[in-house]
Design a protein around this ligand. Structure first.
Ligand code: CMC
Length: 427
């Protein structure tokens, strides 16, 4: 894989020869691992130029707007697959046969309930706690409930933990919502599919079980597929880094949830709705566009821009179609907030500032609008992202543990004081 070489010349020194690695597709990478022998490191805050690992799971071409899971385009998975099949694909590398799919779905259904005692854990939280705060705590706490599968060096344990996480995330996510509402938590129903079951646990109560709309369940499933994985983003890298120390999978996923929560990452879907509320009316858009362009103003247009996509976010294209389907199903034709969002998109797409910087609407711009239309409160948006991304996190964690790996330990460019002595007299 390393047939090409790069040379690094540091003034006054002999050239350092570095191997150039070639992937299946995508740019070559310069292997700088041998550089430490020269007593030097590379400097790359934000990892703009650094590949942190080798992976076979997901490929993104940000310039062309391509997203592939195990080689399959996201558009095809969203249209022709379902979330659990996509989970199988991410976890195992290939699409399942009919029998394998049935077995996988059955295993997931066997694990949908959580330990009864986990419910008491919720009572320690304030009712108005943010669901992501509860999620971080409760998912981390799973390691205190499922001791039987915590040996990370045992492939069988890793498999069981992966199944438990994918199966229990909808249950825990819905529990955080029910807790905030003061409603009884709903048990999962294994006669429903993954998305239907989630909507059932969210919106039904023991005294009223309403049927789940197939259109909304399908939309929910698509949202799960579109968020399932996205290679080495901040939260996935966090999961890998936590996992590289040998931490248990539940602790690693809790770390991923924490990283996802920020508004520059998964928290953006909630931030989009907050921003639309703040803008309030179409007549205020120009003022907010000006704020977004002002370097002295921290305001950013939420749901716009991406570290990797510099053309279009393919997830956003599918999400926009889904948005139309959901709004059609619900008969929402003249929602003022939606109108505001569409106008904002139109203006941003034609404004030179956004065009020059390749700032296009990302997946989070539309997902918030759909989730709101389905009746999901904004505080739950990032929880849903976390639920769906769990399979990606756990696939990367499993991939890392299945091969040789080292503890992640970046170095730094130190710019603080040189060594100095404490003053003799400090009275
Ligand atoms: N509004 C206004 N200006 C922006 C925006 C924005 N949303 N995003 C980037 N810029 C500007 C930025 O100020 C910079 O300008 P200049 O070159 O003049 O200094 C230029 O565009 C390049 O941006 P950057 O911040 O260097 O890009 P980045 O790769 O570090 O950040 C980002 C990517 C997603 C964090 C950023 O675009 C952003 O904060 N967007 C809003 C939050 C958002 O929607 N996040 C969800 C990402 S998609 C879901 C996910 O994967 O989590």
């Amino acid at each position: 894989m390393a047939d090409k070489k790069a040379q690094l010349i540091i003034e006054g020194n002999a050239p350092v020869e570095l191997p150039v690695l070639t992937g299946t597709v995508g740019p070559d990478v310069i292997d700088v691992r041998s550089l430490t022998a020269t007593g030097r490191f590379t400097f790359d805050p934000g990892f703009m130029s650094t590949a942190s690992c080798e992976s076979k799971i997901t490929y993104i071409d940000g310039d062309k707007g391509i997203l592939l899971h195990r080689g399959y385009p996201i558009e095809q998975l969203a249209e022709q697959s379902d979330y659990l099949e996509t989970c199988y694909l991410l976890l195992n590398g290939e699409l399942p046969s009919k029998e394998e799919k049935a077995q996988f779905v059955s295993t997931i259904k066997n694990h949908t309930m959580v330990h009864e005692q986990l419910k008491t854990f919720f009572n320690g939280f304030r009712r108005d706690a943010h669901p992501m705060a509860i999620m971080c705590g409760v998912v981390g706490a799973l390691s205190a409930f499922y001791h039987d599968s915590l040996d990370i060096n045992n492939p069988q344990h890793r498999e069981v933990s992966a199944m438990r996480l994918v199966a229990k995330m909808p249950t825990i996510a819905a529990m955080t919502y029910k807790y905030s509402m003061g409603q009884p938590m709903m048990y999962p129903r294994n006669d429903l599919n993954y998305a239907e079951n989630f909507l059932h646990m969210m919106f039904n109560t023991p005294c009223e079980i309403k049927p789940i709309s197939p259109v909304l369940a399908k939309a929910m499933d698509k949202i799960f597929i579109l968020h399932a994985d996205h290679e080495q983003n901040a939260s996935t890298s966090t999961v890998r880094l936590a996992g590289s120390s040998g931490a248990n999978p539940f602790a690693c996923i809790a770390a991923g949830i924490a990283a996802l929560w920020g508004p520059a990452h998964g928290g953006a879907n909630e931030a989009v709705l907050a921003m639309l509320d703040e803008i309030g009316d179409v007549s205020n858009i120009d003022k907010f566009i000006a704020k977004a362009k002002d370097k002295n103003d921290p305001f950013k247009l939420m749901g716009f821009g991406h570290r990797v996509y510099k053309n279009r976010d393919p997830r956003a294209t599918v999400m926009k179609q889904t948005c139309d389907e959901v709004l059609g199903e619900l008969g929402i034709t003249n929602d003022p907030q939606l109108e505001l969002a569409m106008r904002l998109e139109e203006i941003a797409l034609t404004d030179p500032y956004f065009k020059e910087r390749n700032l296009y609407p990302n997946v989070d711009f539309y997902s918030g609008i759909i989730l709101k239309a389905i009746g999901i409160p904004t505080s739950m948006f990032t929880v849903i992202f976390a639920l769906a991304r769990t399979v990606g996190w756990i696939s990367h964690w499993k991939e890392m543990l299945s091969g040789p790996y080292k503890i992640g330990r970046p170095r730094q460019l130190y710019t603080g004081y040189e060594q100095r002595d404490l003053p003799a007299n400090r009275d």
